[in-house]
Each structure stands twice: as C-alpha cells, then as structure tokens.
Ligand binder design. Structure first.
Ligand code: SAM
Length: 402
C-alpha cells in the first residue's frame, strides 16, 4: 500500500514544538527560587504575582508557598545538606532544585520518592542527572551540622545577636519559631493582618489620628474601622469627626493605602505622600500619632522568608536613627496630653530599648506610659510580643506628650 512513510516523516520533521505542559507546583516553586536567587526578587511579592497568574488549585498554591518560603528560610541548612555531595557550586537552576529537594526530604517530611522524582521532573533536563544523584545521597546520609547557625539556617551575625540578646535557650527558641510557617489571619473585613499587628493597632485610639508610616495601610484601616464602629469615644475634640491621616514616604506604597481603604470601603482615612519627618500639618493637630517605623523586621522572619539574607548587621544602626527622628517629628504633631505609639516588627534592643533611651535624652517632654493590655510583655519603658508565643515579634513604646 503506497508509501505514506515519506510524507509522515517530513511532517514529523517540521512538527511544531509541543506546547509546554502547564507547570506543576514544584515547577512553579523552582522558577520562584531561581528568580529569588538570581534576580534578588522579594519572595512575597514574586510569589503573589506568580500565583495570581497560575491555574493551580488552592491546595497546590499552599504547597508552592510552603516550598518557596520554607526552602528560602532554611536555605543555609539545605545548601549544607547537598553541598556534602557536590564538588563545585552548581548553576542556579540546579542549586534551586537541590535546595527544594533537600527541604522536602529533611524539613517537610515528604515521602522520598515524591520529593526526589517530582523535583527531578520539574528540573531542566540538563541538570536532572545531578539533582537525582545528589538527592538520593541526601536521603540516606546521617546529618551533623557543623554549627548551630547552619542547623537553624541563620547568618552567623544574626545567630550571635539572638543568642547575645535572649540567651542560649530562648535565643534558639526564637530562631526556631521563626523557621515555622506564618499563621494566616483574616480580619472581619477580609484584610489579612497578623495578630501581633492587630494588637498594635488596638493600642491606637483617639479622634484625630496620624499614621505617619502607613503603607500598605493595615493599621490605618483597622484604626479607622474601630473609630467608625465607635469602639472608642471622643474625649478630645467635641464635635470633630474621627479620622486617620495616613502618610508614607513612597508614592507607590501610599497608593496601596488608598487602594486598601477603597477596597475595604473605609472613608475616614486620608492618604498623603510625605516623609514622616517633614509633614505639612500644623503642630499639635493630633490626639494620637502612630509611628509604625521602618525597621529590620527581625521579629517577622517567618513572614519575610528572605529577610534574614538581605539584612545586614549595620542596618539596625541606620534604621534606629531614622526611628528616633520620626518620633521627634511626631512630638510636634501631637497635642499636649496626646499620645505617640512607636512600634516596630523587630525584637532586638537596638530598635526598641535603645530608641527609648535616646528619646529619653532628646525628648524629655515625652513621658513613657506603662499601660499595656494583657498579652504584652514589659520590656524597658515599652513592651513586646515574642515570635514563639505570638507568631510575629513586635516592640512598642507608648509616650504621652507633657
Ligand atoms: C512597617 S511599614 C508600615 C506598615 C503599616 N503601618 C501597616 O500596618 O500596614 C513602614 C513604612 O514606613 C515607610 N517609610 C520609610 N521611611 C519613611 C519616612 N521617612 N517617612 C514616612 N514613611 C517612611 C515605608 O515606605 C513603609 O511603608
């Protein structure tokens, strides 16, 4: 019967490349880890964007998040586990696949055949042999980490800082707690905000409130909603409508405040783009000023998976000067008798106790107020929440202007 073979073979020759198979959860996780490693992408922003555009089911999205955040937090430990079996540093795609595989095998408790086979299947062809061979070695090998900083997967300087500050046992406990996934909490209005931040917002009451480091607006919207619900009465300015004047130095971030207030239908927040040290308000215009200052974020390392690798020992120094300046500016904005709430999502002394000490010298008119609801642990003139008990660590100081 004829010779169809020729036609078939020429058809095969010019066959269009097969459309790419949709990415699996591990395939997406691998791409994310490569981009974090190679391009310095922020894990949370990148993942949000990648998952938004993916057809994955909710459960698989959760798995991608766990893989990417977990392997990023545990990167130092994971890399140690695989580096025992490779001679030279691997190219970035192979590194990412090895890290993901080791994370599943050692920290996530994924069954070995799935951890290896499915990770290898998501790896570019040319690295599959390497990744397969190394991960199989990781499965059977006993683990003795050379240092506790490697075992807990923290940079040495940060490991030493936590131990110096909290002592051996508590320091390790804090670090181990921040290797666990962050709790996801939704407020009644649907906004996702960790419980510790909600505890900070709950400290802020008054009719005329300024939130001078406001983006993306988590606290501004919580405070404004509480104002609207009449959660606290105005005893400050008779006849004045309650409002929150939210401002942030960066336009792109101030836009997030505006979009969140719009989305949540909160109409008593105004948004301004301005540096909190140079705000265009009349002195004494507010009952309460919230200074939720930029900080190292060392209490929120579960949530910011890549932060421990970005922050340097010198950052706390630079940020604490800015924190002091912001509180000094807030002192002018607040009326006599009004309050300043200073808060940061870190738990180290440089950005809490030491800021309190510098302000005691520079602003004798600011009197620390020792009034914190249950749950807060007193620390110096302020209070804090620790990440082992509260998921996210925070430090606050409450001042009254005399
Ligand atoms: C910890 S975040 C604020 C989080 C926010 N309060 C919330 O609950 O959603 C700190 C913010 O301070 C802003 N910032 C940094 N330097 C600033 C400055 N000099 N003046 C005002 N805002 C500043 C940053 O852009 C960042 O959005």
């Amino acid at each position: 019967m004829g010779k169809p073979a020729k036609n078939e073979s020429s058809a095969t020759k010019h066959k269009k490349p097969k459309p790419e198979a949709p990415k699996t959860a591990r395939g997406i996780a691998l791409e994310a880890v490569v981009r974090i490693e190679r391009d310095g992408a922020y894990a949370n922003l990148l993942l949000q964007q990648m998952l938004q555009n993916s057809p994955l089911e909710t459960r698989d999205r959760g798995f991608v998040t766990e893989l990417v955040y977990g392997s990023t937090r545990m990167k130092r430990a994971c890399d140690y586990l695989v580096d025992r079996f490779i001679a030279d540093p691997p190219p970035v795609e192979a590194r990412a696949a090895l890290r993901l595989g080791a994370y599943q095998l050692v920290f996530l408790g994924t069954p070995p055949h799935a951890a290896v086979n499915d990770t290898v299947a998501a790896t570019p062809h040319k690295f599959r042999g390497l990744v397969n061979a190394v991960l199989r070695k990781v499965i059977g090998a006993p683990v003795t980490y050379p240092t506790d900083a490697i075992a807990l997967s923290y940079p040495d300087w940060l490991f030493d800082l936590f131990i110096a500050q909290f002592g051996d046992e508590d320091g390790r406990r804090m670090m181990a707690a921040m290797n666990e996934p962050a709790e996801v909490v939704e407020r009644d209005d649907g906004y996702r905000q960790d419980r510790s931040s909600q505890m900070v917002s709950a400290l802020v009451t008054g009719t005329r409130i300024a939130d001078i480091c406001a983006a993306p607006g988590g606290k501004s919207t919580a405070i404004a909603s509480a104002q609207r619900a009449g959660a606290f009465e105005s005893d400050d300015v008779a006849g004045s409508e309650p409002f929150v004047a939210a401002s942030d130095r960066r336009l792109s971030r101030a836009r997030l405040v505006a979009s969140n207030t719009g989305r949540l239908d909160v109409d008593n927040v105004t948004t301004v783009v301005a540096d909190g040290r140079f705000l265009p308000y009349r002195p004494g215009s507010f009952d309460t000023v919230l200074v939720d200052a930029p900080c190292t974020g060392l209490g929120a390392l579960r949530r910011r998976a890549d932060a421990r690798w970005r922050i340097g020992a010198e950052d706390a120094e630079r940020l604490s000067s800015l924190q002091v300046e912001l509180v000094l500016a807030a002192q002018d904005l607040v009326a006599v008798g009004g309050e300043i709430i200073y808060s940061v999502c870190t738990i180290t002394d440089a950005e809490s106790l030491d800021v309190g000490k510098r302000l005691a010298e520079l602003a004798p008119g600011l009197e620390p107020v020792d009034d914190f609801p249950e749950g807060w642990e007193r620390h110096g003139v302020g209070a804090r929440l620790l990440p082992d008990a509260h998921n996210d660590g925070m430090a606050v100081i409450r001042f009254r202007k005399t």
